[in-house]
Design a protein around this ligand. Structure first.
Ligand code: ZN
Length: 139
């Protein structure tokens, strides 16, 4: 268990580093490329303060990913990593290697996604009905 957590911590830290690098690159290409700033500068001085700063500017997807990684690292620190939050079963290492910040086992994740899809469909149906009703009233 300890070895598994140490291994996953390494993978998570690497993943976070990669994600932050991608973000830095994206930010660089999005800003003035001729500023003469030495490349690599932005992440060479990486600090938690800079991470927070980046967290404010990055896209939702990247921000979500970094947050997921941070949460997983926190769970490792708390000794809760690799335990399904739903059924409290140990999440198989094979799954953790594919999704290092997984919070649920495959079965619970599938159940949750099914529920979310149903909720979404329900909301879409309701929105559609609202629109349909609105049209009727105006007609
Ligand atoms: Zn589970």
């Amino acid at each position: 268990m300890k070895d598994k957590q140490a291994e996953m911590k390494g993978i998570l830290l690497q993943m976070k580093d990669d994600t932050l690098r991608e973000i830095s690159k994206a930010m660089k290409s999005g800003t003035d490329a001729s500023s003469g700033e030495p490349s690599g500068d932005i992440y060479d001085q990486a600090s938690s303060e800079r991470d927070r700063e980046l967290g404010l500017i990055l896209g939702d997807r990247e921000r979500e990913k970094v947050r997921n990684i941070d949460e997983a690292l926190q769970r490792i620190a708390d000794g809760e990593y690799g335990i399904c939050e739903e059924c409290e079963e140990e999440i198989p290492l094979g799954r953790l290697k594919v999704v290092p910040f997984a919070r649920y086992c495959v079965k619970c994740k599938a159940d949750i996604e099914k529920q979310q899809a149903q909720t979404k469909r329900f909301e879409e149906d309701r929105a559609y009905r609202d629109i349909a009703m609105g049209e009727e009233e105006e007609a």
